[in-house]
Ligand binder design. Structure first.
Ligand SMILES: [Zn+2]
Length: 88
């Protein structure tokens, strides 16, 4: 069986960061990215789904444009927080 229990929110955040984190105005190292990811996930509700491996990424493109705006706002806020308190 190739089904998995996944947190859709975590996958979505990870995918968005793959696309846009490099354009954020901050340090782009893995530690800062992880800190931004943690802050974002703490402000979002987890959404668990049972899915086929690989099916999740296809669904992410169907995101509502409003979700993208919300995500970008949250990313900007989280990046600002991490930049003000760098852990390294
Ligand atoms: Zn860094």
């Amino acid at each position: 069986m190739d089904m998995q229990l996944r947190n859709y929110t975590e996958e979505a955040v990870s995918l968005y960061l793959d696309r846009w984190f490099k354009e954020a105005d901050c340090c782009h190292c893995d530690l800062c990215r992880m800190n931004v990811t943690a802050l974002m996930l703490n402000s979002l509700k987890p959404k668990y789904v049972v899915t086929d491996k690989g099916a999740l990424y296809a669904q992410l493109d169907d995101f509502d444009p409003q979700h993208k705006i919300d995500f970008m706002t949250l990313m900007t806020k989280s990046v600002a927080t991490v930049s003000q308190n760098p852990r390294h």
